[in-house]
Design a protein around this ligand. Sequence first.
Ligand SMILES: Cc1ncc(COP(=O)(O)O)c(C=O)c1O
Length: 398
Amino acid sequence: MQFAKQINRLGTETAFAVSAQARAWAAKGHKVYPFHLGDINLATPENIVDATLKAIQDGNTGYCPSEGILPLRETLSHDVGSKRGVTYRPENVSVQPGGKPTIGKFIAAVMNPGDEVLYPNPGYPIYESQIEYQGGTAVPYGYIQTESGFDIDLDRLKSSITEKTVAIIYNNYQNPIAAESSQEEMEAIAELAIENDLWVLADDAYYEMIYQGKARSIVSIPGMKERTIILYTFSKKFAMTGWRVGGAVGPERIINIISKLNVNAESCTTHFIQHAMLEALTGDSSGSDAILATLKERRAAAVAGMNAIDGIQIPTPRSTFYLFPNVNEVMKRKGFNHVDQLQVGALENANVSFCTREHFGRSSSDETDFYIRFAYSGISTDDINEGLGKLKDYFESS
Ligand SMILES: Cc1ncc(COP(=O)(O)O)c(C=O)c1O
């Protein structure tokens, strides 16, 4: 008996290993301050829960169309389109069990073995995993730290395009670094995609996790709607990470392929949940507004706590629920040369758990800076204050 060779190319979310470490530490009786997982410790809004129970009682418990129920495809096409200034129809939507499935299905739809796909690194680790698992070459592009945040390394992105490149994965409002493109940066990426006739996966997982101002999408740029697939998820805005519902939105010809992949993978996304998503999109929004307001309050505490640490200086990100501080000075003070030492040290000395840059794609040998990622979505404001106070003591000691 054997195992398939491509399994060796399948990656994972190594951040889950940090959760296991944190759990093991907590099991020893320590109070752990959990900044590691991008999960949300807030309840799904009540009107969505009620709509789900009703949908079950109404008998929506059998199979439904693989592409999703029509009312949800209609509503989602309108919602996604109107928030981006483009027009979509139900035919442009394939409902998915979460945001994540769109990544693998997009790659399956557009990439042949040997093709190259550009992806952000540091970035969501599933991009690298799916490209390589499906026999492609994952070509990373990085970010340059600035005073106000991070810019995409456009020169590197440009020079990485070859005749084998078929797609760019673009995650504006970015995990893990909370980067947000300027209009010029977004237009430069769109120009590269159009000039080189590339598909774009716009991973919009955090498109509505914006604390001030208005979200901007690459699909709004002329010439992009025809080549862009949007990854949509209900997970973040409605605190529904475990419900598993999202969608792929894009040109009908690729959406049809993605729906055919649905038939082969899961038949359909959970039927009754789709009815409840109509309530999420069109019903009372006070629950999701409250989620965003709570996260905004946590962001203020997390940024203040982080900036109180000697040697750390971060701007306030406008979106996501992540902070990605540079910890070069802390590393120097501690005499560490691997950021894992800092991560384990913080857990064992301050009971603070977080991920590092190493959990977000393979780092390249020319990276000399050290970064860690803090998620403030799964921890109360009081615990943010308490935990970062303990972290300050640990980070400031040599
Ligand atoms: C950038 C990014 N894309 C996609 C996803 C997947 O979202 P979901 O949990 O809805 O599958 C996540 C989840 O954390 C993410 O951070």
